[in-house]
Every structure is written in C-alpha cells, then in structure tokens.
Design a protein around this ligand. Structure first.
Ligand code: CA
Length: 218
C-alpha cells in the first residue's frame, strides 16, 4: 500500500489531510516535528512526503535540504501559508517536486498527490543515453563522454526532459509543468535561468533557443 508521510504541526490540518488520504485509499503516517519528519523519511518505506514549511524542530526547507543532501529521491510536496514567488522558488530549488499553498481544498491536494505518485512509477527506462550523454535516472548521475557532470535535482530533471525528447521543441510552459509541476507565473524566467545553467554545464551549443516557441536539445 502506498504510504504518505504527513509532516504538519497543526492537528486540525493533519487530521483533515489524514482522513482524506485514507478515504482515497492511502496509508498515512503523521509527524508534527521537522526532525522527526526527516528521520522518518530517511528510514524508508515512504512513497511521498507532504511537508509543511513552518514546523517546530527544523523548518520544512531545512528538512528538504537535508533529505536531498543525503540523496533521497522521495517525492515531496510542500504545504505552506507563504505564497510569495520567492518562497516557492526557494522551496523548489531546495528540491521540492510541487507546492500547495494554504489554504487548499482537499481535492486540489489529492490531485497533486496522485500526479506525483503516477510520475514516480512511470518514469520509464532508468538510463537515458543520447550521443555522448548518459543520465542514470535512479542514481541521478549525469556524464558527458564518461566525464561526470554535477547537477542539482532541478537541473537533472530539466536535462531529463530534454533528453527524453531530443530534437523536439519544448515550450517553456511544457518544461515548467513537467519539471516544476505547477502553474507558475507565466512571466517567470525560471526555465531560462535553468537552461543557462545546463548550457554552462553541457555546452552552449547543445540547447537551441527557438524564438517564440521554446528550446530544443540538439
Ligand atoms: Ca505549521
């Protein structure tokens, strides 16, 4: 059975989320403290983490940073009252897969949970090889001509999107929704920023800007 870890210190919210998830057929485990959330997530057996930002012990950003720092690929959806773009970007840079601002409707949360879990089982092949580039999706390692390239979680996810569709034009909106998984402000330049990071690491000539349409991995 799919186990969802809920890290939330407000009992009213955690019990509402727990009841809803269990009614939808998931098992849940609730913790109300950041340190406990990290320990529980690292102990394994968890399929997805719903992580509140404001937690006692250790805040959600720190839990996430430590989790990713220890190489955990666990899907994480952050729950927060803070809805500024700045906090969203910080959370996503720290390695969150998605973001649900409070207050939320349970159906909204459930849709995000389902989509994250689905993505995780349907990632397809575990190794993508394209010309001299190799991405090991499970180990999160990338190499060019057998030389290892150090990528952040987000850079890796973006490179993976491109390399699953080489030679095709991918729009900013497609990349935003597949890599960042949310309805980001369409004026956001986060995709352009990350394309720049990838060009710096893989070589400028690999990614072509297609004016008015998006980007293409050559
Ligand atoms: Ca809280």
């Amino acid at each position: 059975m799919t186990l969802i870890l809920v890290a939330e210190d407000e009992p009213r919210i955690s019990s509402f989320v727990k009841r809803g998830l269990e009614a939808a057929g998931y098992s849940t485990d609730v913790v109300a403290d950041g340190t406990e959330a990290l320990d529980r997530a690292l102990a394994g057996g968890v399929d997805l983490l719903l992580l509140d930002v404001g937690l006692p012990g250790m805040d959600g950003f720190e839990v996430l940073r430590q989790l990713r720092g220890q190489g955990s690929p666990l899907p994480v959806i952050m729950l927060t009252a803070r809805s500024s773009t700045r906090d969203t970007v910080d959370g996503l840079n720290a390695g969150a897969n998605d973001y649900v601002p409070k207050p939320f409707k349970f159906d909204e949360l459930l849709a995000r949970v389902r989509s994250r879990l689905r993505e995780n089982v349907s990632t397809g092949s575990v190794e993508i090889v394209y010309s001299d580039i190799r991405l090991d999706v499970l180990a999160r390692r990338a190499s060019v001509d057998q030389r290892e390239i150090d990528l952040s979680a987000r850079e890796f996810a973006l490179a993976e999107q491109f390399l699953r569709h080489p030679g095709q034009v991918l729009s900013r909106e497609q990349l935003l929704s597949n890599v960042w998984g949310l309805d980001f402000d369409p004026g956001s330049n986060i995709v352009d920023v990350y394309v720049r990071y990838l060009r710096a690491k893989f070589g400028t000539e690999r990614i072509t800007t297609v004016r008015g349409a998006g980007y293409r991995w050559e």
